[in-house]
Design a protein around this ligand. Structure first.
Ligand code: PMP
Length: 411
């Protein structure tokens, strides 16, 4: 009966944002949601996005017709090139579908793979972006979720041995493994290139299906190609040109434009399914279209048009590259300032991980008790896991935050 339905706790990150908004303390700081903020803690509309909006508004052909089920072709072309590089795709066909941002791409990929690849397991890093578990629970209820070790708390570094040995021992052919393409959420720690190479070899030998979640391309380091390195490397190793050797059946990429274009609320993204050479693409493509038709019918237009306008115009593209530099360099500067301000206190130990991690988040290592005290006493909001969004810091509040962290550690 509907009357008997148990209440679900609020989603942690959205609840945190609501509580932060309701707090009227003048020194409050939000280190919760993964959204970029400028040096005044305000949302930042990228200048390249503003310019693209103006260009679109001048276009007399603007209308509000439906897109095809798969989305806007011109957008999909530039989106695919951005993540995979501009190279001949004839050897490993790519099916690209526009989605409701990265979340929709994760969901569509999960639903498609559950129905058509039928993996026994999906492996998810521990820890991960919280929504991975929920998405796979809803979209792929028959696929058993397993976790692989990722974070080694004592050394605040990647548990590469644990990751490799778990996949080696427990993953079977066609199992799906979710990998964060760059700037792992929530730890900010990525494998090195050598480690990615070893992973790609493992995936090839064991025929595992790599599912890249790419939510921070360009935002992480400011360099879109560097941030796409792991994805491109996997493609080259798993599906080399003219190879007849058997490997995995494909890989896929859930691509989000929320962070790197600041288009959070426009919900713009894509799913790219890379198929092993020689795989006919009409089957996978039409099954994906069928899923989209039954779920959203066709994607929204506005965000895709903005991304397409920027990426296909050299002037706007150069502007966007500068915007990426602005965001990523501010984050890097805040990382080093926070470290400096914390380490000036005696006995706090080594906080160098703040600078070695990349992207929006850091895993502070603070306990739930620390997190609660930060919130209650200092009006600083972060997730119970100790994950902090660096973009909530600025020159004016970083010392306040560092001093508060020192206070809760000493308390
Ligand atoms: N994957 C990861 C790892 C993320 O951090 C995010 C954003 N928090 C997403 C996917 C998807 O976000 P969106 O749906 O806004 O693109």
């Amino acid at each position: 009966r509907l009357a008997d339905i148990p209440e679900v706790p609020r989603d942690e990150v959205f609840a945190l944002t609501a509580d932060f908004k309701a707090d009227d303390h003048p020194n409050k700081v939000s280190l919760g949601a993964g959204v970029y903020r400028d040096e005044n803690s305000q949302p930042w509309v990228l200048p390249s996005v503003k310019a693209a909006r103006e260009a679109l508004n001048k276009n007399r052909d603007w209308n509000h017709e439906y897109l095809p089920i798969h989305g806007l072709d011109d957008f999909l072309d530039v989106a695919r090139d951005l993540i995979l590089g501009r190279e001949d795709t004839s050897q490993s066909p790519v099916v690209s579908i526009q989605t409701i941002s990265g979340t929709g791409a994760n969901h569509l990929g999960a639903a498609f793979l559950a129905q058509r690849l039928k993996p026994r397991h999906v492996f998810i890093s521990s820890p991960t972006w919280g929504n991975h578990h929920l998405i796979w629970e809803f979209a792929a209820p028959d696929v058993v979720q397993k976790t692989y070790p990722y974070y080694h708390a004592p050394t605040r570094s990647l548990d590469f041995e644990g990751m490799m040995s778990t996949l080696e021992a427990e993953a079977v052919e066609d199992d799906v493994v979710i990998l964060h393409a760059c700037a792992h959420n929530p730890t900010g720690i990525d494998p090195t290139r050598e480690q990615w190479e070893a992973l790609a070899e493992l995936f090839k030998r064991k025929k595992l299906f790599a599912f890249f979640d790419s939510a921070y391309q360009g935002f992480a380091t400011g360099d879109v190609d560097a941030d796409a390195w792991a994805v491109r490397h996997f493609r080259h190793v798993l599906f080399p040109r003219d190879s007849t050797a058997e490997g995995p059946q494909g890989l896929c990429i859930a691509q989000s434009f929320s962070k790197n274009f600041g288009l959070y609320g426009e919900r713009v993204g894509a799913l790219h399914l890379v198929l092993a050479p020689g795989t006919p693409e009409p089957g996978p493509r039409t099954q994906l279209l069928r899923l989209v038709r039954g779920e959203i019918s066709n994607p929204p237009t506005f965000g895709g048009r903005i991304v397409q306008t920027i990426l296909s115009d050299p002037r706007l593209r150069a502007m966007w590259d500068r915007d990426l530099q602005t965001m990523s360099s501010r984050i890097k500067r805040m990382r080093s300032l926070l470290r400096q301000e914390i380490e000036k206190h005696p006995g706090v130990g080594d906080w160098s991980h703040l600078e070695s991690e990349i992207g929006m988040f850091t895993f502070t290592g603070l306990s739930p008790a620390h997190v609660l005290r930060l919130r209650k006493v200092h009006h600083i909001y972060l997730m119970m896991s100790g994950r902090a969004s660096i973009s909530g810091l600025n020159e004016k509040n970083v010392t306040y935050v560092a001093d508060a962290i020192f206070e809760v550690i000493k308390h």
